[in-house]
Write a protein that binds this ligand. Structure first.
Ligand code: UT7
Length: 331
């Protein structure tokens, strides 16, 4: 059975930088509060007219160029997002069209912050059984158009940013290369702990004036509860993939955790006993871009020369659902 190698990475973020001071002009918050509680210094927000599909295309093209592979080689697209361009169809088909591809299947994955790790699991299974040879995996989010920019929404609005990250996954027979193990989990008991209630088909009508007035179309979260579960689940699931391979945290060369809050990453790092140089964080510059955080960080780490052939790289994510998961890759 072949393994799945990550042969190229890419990302795209909007040019518009939104600083903490910018946010403090719209809501009761401060640069000091945001830095201290989250580590975020700035994030990127799209200008009107930029779609998720367009960012995804730029990220995908950059990943294809990095891999030295033509778009026509892509056999399937897996796209993680919680902020699709439209209710339906999924953003994947818009990306396919933007790339000029036809016929290849497009699977939109709704696993929120865990979208990239869930996507790795699906794409890896397809590749291992020989169904597809080359899969384009993308995480893309436009959070900024869905945030409550008043003081009512400050706990959420300061956290999130826009962007896209992509990876090209391909079958390889090379020994000591590729995805070793992936584990994914969910616990729907916590579905409403971080969610957006409206617009939704469960509501009659899907979106009412009352919903808008009550702000039910904005995402809502019990931040402390999410924090508590994130710092427990991420080390736990990373432990599962390491154990499955007979490895320990001492074997990890680089961990790329989901970028939700720098304090969460630091607590996970501490629990795992990893030194600073073995954990990659870029939340300071982009905030939480949900499904896009891991592939953006991966692409940046790759461009900074942080990944060498043979390195053991770990991905770990936790988010709305709750969903969580981890993957280990021999680079
Ligand atoms: O990808 C997964 C997605 N989300 C997460 O992982 C988020 C996980 N949770 C967190 O990151 C943190 O819980 C937050 C950053 C959201 C909040 O930090 P916290 O230290 O848990 O603060 P808190 O919610 O306990 O709120 C402390 C205070 C409150 O005021 P009072 O009630 O003590 O007077 C909040 O109203 O901070 C207030 N507050 C703010 N103040 C200034 C909440 N948001 C802000 C803000 N600026 N943006």
């Amino acid at each position: 059975m072949p393994r799945t190698a990550i042969i190229g990475t890419g990302f795209d973020v909007p040019e518009r930088v939104v600083t903490n001071d910018d946010l403090a002009r719209w809501m009761d918050t401060s640069d000091e509060w945001i830095r201290e509680r989250t580590g975020i210094e700035e994030r990127r927000w799209v200008e009107e007219g930029t779609t998720g599909a367009a960012m995804a295309r730029r990220a995908a093209e950059s990943a294809l160029a990095d891999a030295g592979v033509a778009a026509e080689a892509v056999d399937a697209i897996v796209l993680g997002t919680l902020s699709p361009d439209h209710f339906f169809p999924g953003t994947g088909v818009f990306l396919q069209r933007e790339l000029g591809l036809r016929d290849v299947p497009c699977l939109d994955l709704r696993a929120q912050c865990s979208g990239f790790v869930y996507g790795l699991s699906v794409a890896d299974a397809w590749i291992r059984v020989g169904q597809y040879r080359t899969v384009l995996l993308v995480g893309v989010e436009i959070q900024s158009t869905g945030l409550d920019r008043s003081t009512r929404g400050r706990d959420m609005a300061v956290l999130f940013g826009d962007g896209a990250g992509a990876a090209i996954l391909q079958a390889t027979d090379e020994p000591n290369r590729g995805i070793l193990s992936t584990r994914i989990h969910a616990d729907g008991r916590f579905a409403e702990t971080l969610w957006a209630d409206a617009s939704s088909s469960a509501r009659h009508p899907r979106l009412s004036v009352e919903d808008l007035e009550a702000g039910r179309h904005f995402p809502r979260m019990d931040g402390r509860e999410v924090f508590k579960h994130a710092v427990r689940r991420m080390p736990e699931v990373l432990g599962q993939v390491l154990e499955a391979e007979g490895l320990t945290t001492a074997d990890l060369d680089l961990l790329i955790p989901h970028q939700a809050n720098l304090r969460i990453s630091q607590m996970v790092q501490k629990r795992l006993g990893l030194s600073d140089d073995r954990v990659y964080n870029n939340i300071q510059r982009y905030g939480n871009t949900t499904a896009a955080t891991i592939p953006i960080a991966l692409a940046e780490a790759s461009r900074e020369g942080r990944l060498r052939r043979g390195d053991l790289v770990g991905f770990v994510a936790f988010g709305s659902g709750f969903t969580w998961g981890a993957s280990l890759v021999r680079w």
